[in-house]
Design a protein. Structure first.
Length: 275
């Protein structure tokens, strides 16, 4: 076995989080060509998220692999959280395989900002100093996600090209932001979905390029933390608010054969099994 083959035999994971995305509505609108293409050629599971259908608890469950009973995040304030008992996906990957390189980029501060109420994604200063981990932190709550999502994607594409992290998480919130303002039947929700779809395409293309040049294997996984009501807003128990999904699309590797239906707290385990 050649050295270069052994270096590229491992599958790299990119988890993309799109906050507040009603996937089927996005696809039916015709404004999400990339998501439609990936959805049609992937492992796919519908997923039902726990109550309350709020970003904080839902992303924390999706990113740590444990439920609210363990991580204790029940709202977006993160008061009395127990994140100490709930290492994130990237931290768990590092514990499993100390040699790997991880990366996260997000504009919602609780997920990633060491100076905010979380962060769910551990900062791992020592790993950052040795190049094993890097984070791209922006504040979309202050600056708006239309701008911040683009900055997040630009840095993620740079990271894919320059460091090709073994496990990464990249997060977009513009669709959720627009859904709250305009509802999810028509209007800016779909403009935001169209923008994010383009950003997903940029990352997909960067990965295709690495596979073409270097024969790397990648798994692109996409999910959301909750849906939205027609008039905009979430938090309740309606099927549309609780609806999530998992798309898992292999590049240079088969789409995974995970169980037909997976729960939010099971995603991390499936992702780690792929590493
Ligand atoms: Zn959310």
């Amino acid at each position: 076995m050649s050295y270069s083959f052994s270096m590229t035999s491992q599958t790299k994971i990119l988890l993309i989080g799109i906050d507040g995305l009603i996937l089927q509505r996005a696809i039916d609108s015709g404004r999400a060509a990339t998501l439609a293409t990936l959805r049609a050629d992937s492992y796919f599971s519908e997923m039902v998220v726990d109550m309350p259908t709020v970003s904080g608890p839902s992303w924390t469950t999706l990113l740590t692999g444990v439920t609210q009973q363990v991580h204790k995040v029940i709202d977006n304030d993160y008061g009395n959280h127990n994140l100490a008992a709930a290492p994130d996906l990237l931290t768990q990957a590092r514990m499993l395989k100390p040699e790997i390189v991880t990366y996260a980029a997000a504009g919602w501060p609780p997920l990633i900002d060491p100076n905010d109420v979380g962060p769910v994604i551990r900062t791992r200063v020592a790993d950052q100093s040795t190049g094993k981990h890097s984070i791209f932190v922006r504040d979309g709550e202050t600056n708006g996600y239309e701008t911040v999502d683009v900055e997040v994607a630009q840095d993620a594409v740079r990271a894919i090209r320059e460091i090709a992290p073994d496990a990464s998480f990249v997060y977009f919130c513009g669709a959720d932001e627009a859904g709250h303002l305009d509802g999810t039947i028509e209007g800016s929700y779909f403009d935001a979905i169209n923008r994010i779809d383009g950003l997903v395409a940029q990352m997909h293309h960067a990965i295709l390029e690495r596979h073409r040049m270097l024969k790397e294997k990648w798994l692109i996984v996409i999910t959301t933390d909750h849906g939205h009501r027609d008039e905009g807003g979430h938090g309740g128990d309606s099927p549309q608010e609780r609806a999530s999904f998992v798309i898992a699309h292999g590049v240079g590797v088969q789409h995974p054969s995970w169980p037909a239906q997976i729960k939010p707290e099971e995603l991390v385990g499936h992702l780690l099994s792929t590493l």
